[in-house]
Write a protein that binds this ligand. Structure first.
Ligand SMILES: [Zn+2]
Length: 112
């Protein structure tokens, strides 16, 4: 996450158009307040929890990922299934339809 935030911030270097703004062109003039107002939503978007709504997205999550469903129950991805502590296995399509959206609390490592 830190690396991706850094990469994202590097897309918004100070000293852009007319030296008083950002390279993305969204600020012209202003001081630290204007700069903070520009960067705050960019950082908030980059750090916001990821939301999953479809079975395909659930399927693409790596094993070891942990999600929170709309009932605030936690499930872990394991062997391609979404496992709840107290519930029997259900197909991802069923879970996506009845328990989504899911908030990704932790994304498992991808074996690439
Ligand atoms: Zn910018």
């Amino acid at each position: 996450m830190t690396g991706s935030i850094r990469d994202m911030l590097l897309k918004h270097p100070y000293g852009g158009p007319d030296f008083g703004g950002c390279e993305c062109g969204q600020i012209i003039g202003g001081g630290q307040d204007v700069w903070a107002d520009h960067l705050a939503p960019i950082i908030a978007d980059a750090t916001a929890p990821r939301t999953i709504t479809t079975a395909e997205e659930l399927d693409a999550l790596p094993d070891g990922s942990v999600v929170l469903d709309r009932q605030h129950d936690v499930a872990e991805k394991h062997s391609g299934r979404l496992l709840y502590r107290e519930t029997r296995n259900m197909p991802l399509e069923y879970l996506a339809k009845h328990y989504g959206p899911f908030t990704v609390l932790h994304e498992g490592a991808r074996n690439e």
